[in-house]
Design a protein around this ligand. Sequence first.
Ligand code: F6P
Length: 326
Amino acid sequence: MEHKIKRIGVLTSGGDAPGMNAVVRAVVRTAMSRGVECIGIRRGYNGLIKGDFIRMDAGTVSHIIEKGGTVLYTARSEEFKTEEGQKKAVDTCRLLGLDGVIAIGGDGTFRGALALSRHGIPVVGIPATIDNDIGCSQYTIGFDTACNTAVYAIDMLRDTMQSHERCSVVEVMGRQAGYLALYVGIATGATAVLIPERSVDVERDVVEKIRQARLAGRTHFMVVVAEGAGSAMDISAKIHEATGLDPRVTVLGHIQRGGSPTSRDRETGTRMGYEAVQALMSGNGNCVIATKDGKIVNIDIEEALAMTKEFPMDRYDVLEAVTTNG
Ligand code: F6P
């Protein structure tokens, strides 16, 4: 049954992720197609606190599906973590007449969404982070693009490493999760990958693998380190000490957050944006839109925040099987 809704807000919060714009576009266009007005809240929850907004229409979201970053800007709001900040945000929602808010971002964004919903504002969360570290959703918007960006960068590094017969140590993002490192390591044929989900033993996981690769005839080596598993500089120093090699270190950093989103991030983001509006329209605020086995599902926000997902360690076995022979 459709719930009477006149006007909704949409915001992006936390670290930006490629594909956020596809979600914003889908939210605005779906809302408009249902006769619902859509207000873009700028700079994350800070925008709700300060009343920083923009009226959205079909034109404001034209040609943003292919753009990285977020046209609504983003922020990590410290003020919104306080009761006072949350009250100001609620006041803005009331003043603007928002019947619901769609919040796009990571775990921090969902905690903010829960706070807002406890103050009586219906909120729907959409998972978007390059880290893929959200327990309730198998996939988060931006992950595929970030993987492809890192793969592109590492392929380029490999050209020069191969020419000079060197060792490369590349640090990728991911916060406390190793999804990016593991997927990218498999896709680039890395010699070794370090992830936080597995205890790190540099001798066993890196030095021995470099030795095996050398014995198999390789003269250049690619080591991928998740930022949550250690620093590329430290790992490089340990490789040097153990093998005498002189590795080159690259920290890919924020490059991984930018760029035009892949078709997966555009398509999944569009479906999630659509479902979020549908959820608000059917009176189902206070939920998170997630993916499960390729399908879009919606989960109660409190439940979603308590969920954990199993890290795909079987992929580490795949990596080992295809690299140990060098
Ligand atoms: O959560 C996304 C992410 O890019 C992490 O991978 C990284 O640890 C962090 O954000 C970096 O945050 P900031 O942009 O504040 O430096």
